[in-house]
Design a protein around this ligand. Structure first.
Ligand code: GLC
Ligand code: CA
Length: 561
């Protein structure tokens, strides 16, 4: 079966600020990325997702865009961008840029004009309302905490911002706004980009009338997702945007889709039906964010990921990920950063990477990086963390309590600079890095892992190659097995011609037993394992060590077995 290129791809999700600094100012940049393309090629990834590199006051590090059609001087120039794109293409790789179109920076000329007077021709490009007796127009809380409205002195009205006050929401109900954003996308398509990651795309539509939400506790300001996340009508916007921009080219779109359930996924990414190619679903996050101290509950993870696998089977396509810029490092929450570090990083990798869909690797994940350690609240950079610090201080909490919470939750955990070697500052910069390196860099870095066949990095390379070599890992159906096992996450990928591969991962720090009668393990065909495996000839059961993962060729049991 021939598949579109992006279904065969492996995505590398890059946070350019922290990837590689070429000029010693402590900030990663496009020339830095260019200098590391050999690394990406060696790793085997072939589609780069670049977090925003547009001019930005950096309240939210590039997710507050002040000019959509240029490159931030911190990152380089448009000429550097063109060179990067050309070099990627020359190597058979592709580039997806991050379009942040739910909001702009408050320094974007559109907003500056919009806020200038009530009669500005761009007034209606954003969402302005009168306050109510000195209070905001409604009781929505922003995703980055505090009211979702800020009063602007120039005109005495309030503007809506679902994220920080420096990220005013664009008014997607206004056709001029939609046309302007399509032009932005087309401008980049004409430059040759291969696709977009669409930021916060499920938030474009707000509940009509912007009503107050129930506030039983009388707090005055309540979490407001239900009023602006995946609201009916949002898909019309996305369909139009798709039709008028990337669908006119051979380009793809990956949407960040908080609030879309697996049951609704086909409306977004159903083949021939949804406006997008893939979405980033949020369900497996909530398991962790609602219980940050709990160890991984394998049955819950299986239920969630399995549901997405089933929902899109043969009708759409998944995006597979376990890390990103928003989350703590996966081994710090579900793995073991002590003696089982290597196993836990590679077992978690095996679990998600070989499912049906296009896998993403978030920068540093391939090294098994862990959360970082900050000893001082002033070091936090992330806008959400900073707002949270203020909020906790206002509630009278002590610095060590705040540090303890942020150690688990801060987005800075995943944003520390890439450790390239054990040289000063991990070889990331010759200057002062914008955010301190993870103190583990002398031990956890690219150079040392490149030389070590037993490293997490070496294992990711094997995973990537295996996925390319074995057709069932791309085309095969996802068949859940060992459904009740509390330690093992196992599944089979079964192709139409009957060839099949089993992925069996013990995701616990304890030994675990695998047993299955229907699938026969073909022992000589142990395709991959993260620990060395002694010869063994039982064809239907295994004893797995803590965080052990194995990938076998298997066949269905027949009457003669
Ligand atoms: C998305 C991005 C996040 C950003 C937010 C606002 O959630 O992943 O990094 O802060 O949108 O643009
Ligand atoms: Ca730089």
């Amino acid at each position: 079966m021939s598949r579109p290129w992006w279904q065969q791809a492996v995505i590398y999700h890059m946070y350019p600020r922290s990837f590689m600094d070429s000029n010693g100012d402590g900030i990663g940049d496009l020339r830095g990325i260019l200098s590391k393309l050999d690394y990406l090629e060696w790793l085997g990834v072939d589609l780069l997702w670049l977090c925003p590199v547009f001019p930005s006051p950096n309240v939210d590090n590039g997710y507050d865009v002040s000019n959509y059609c240029d490159i931030s001087p911190e990152f380089g120039t448009l000429a550097d961008f063109d060179l990067l794109l050309a070099e990627l293409h020359r190597r058979g790789m592709r580039l997806m840029i991050d379009l942040v179109i739910n909001h702009t920076s408050d320094r974007h000329p559109w907003f500056i004009e919009s806020r200038s007077t009530r009669s500005s021709p761009r007034r209606n490009w954003y969402i302005w309302r009168d306050g109510r007796d000195g209070a905001p127009p409604n009781n929505w809380e922003s995703i980055f905490l505090g009211p979702a409205w800020t009063r602007d002195d120039a005109t005495g009205q309030y503007y809506l911002h679902l994220f920080s006050a420096h990220q005013p929401d664009l008014n997607w109900d206004n056709p001029e706004v939609r046309a302007a954003l399509c032009s932005v996308a087309c401008w980049w398509l004409a430059r040759g980009v291969d696709g977009f990651r669409l930021d916060a795309i499920t938030h474009l539509k707000k509940q009509p009338g912007l009503p107050d939400l129930p506030d039983p506790d009388g707090t005055g300001c309540v979490p407001s997702y239900e009023a602006h996340m995946n609201i009916p009508g949002v898909l019309d916007f996305v369909h139009e945007f798709a039709r008028e921009s990337f669908r006119r080219h051979d380009a793809i779109a990956l949407g960040e889709a908080n609030g879309v359930s697996s049951a609704q996924a086909l409306e977004w990414v159903g083949t021939g039906r949804g406006p997008l190619d893939m979405i980033l679903q949020f369900e497996h996050w909530t398991m962790w964010s609602s219980h940050p101290h709990d160890p991984l509950h394998v049955p819950t993870l299986r239920r969630i990921l399995g549901k997405w696998q089933q929902a899109l089977q043969g009708k759409g396509w998944n995006a597979l990920y376990i890390e990103n810029t928003e989350l703590p490092r996966v081994i710090s929450r579900w793995g073991d950063v002590g003696t089982l570090r290597n196993q836990s990083a590679t077992a978690l990798a095996t679990m998600y990477f070989l499912m049906q869909g296009t896998p993403l690797i978030y920068q540093g994940q391939e090294l098994g990086m862990a959360n970082t350690t900050f000893h001082d609240l002033s070091v936090f950079n992330d806008v959400f963390s900073r707002n949270r610090i203020e909020q906790m201080r206002a509630a009278g909490q002590m610095d060590d309590e705040i540090l303890a919470e942020l150690a688990l939750t801060s987005r800075d955990n995943a944003r520390t600079p890439m450790p390239w070697s054990d040289a000063p500052q991990g070889g990331f910069t010759t200057g002062e890095p914008w955010l301190p390196l993870n103190p583990e860099y002398p031990a956890v870095n690219v150079a040392s892992q490149q030389q070590d066949p037993g490293s997490v990095l070496a294992y990711y390379r094997k995973l990537i190659r295996l996925r390319r070599q074995e057709a069932p890992l791309i085309d095969g159906r996802y068949v859940e097995i060992c459904k009740r096992n509390r330690r093992i996450y196992a599944y089979v990928r079964e192709a139409a011609d009957g060839s099949a591969i089993a992925v069996i991962c013990n995701l616990s720090p304890h030994p675990a037993s695998y047993r299955h009668r229907e699938w026969i393990l073909c022992h000589p065909d142990l395709l991959l394992s993260n620990l060395s495996v002694a010869p063994h000839d039982d064809t239907h059961s295994l004893r797995l060590r803590p965080f052990e993962a194995r990938v076998y060729r298997v066949r269905r049991r027949t009457a003669s077995d």
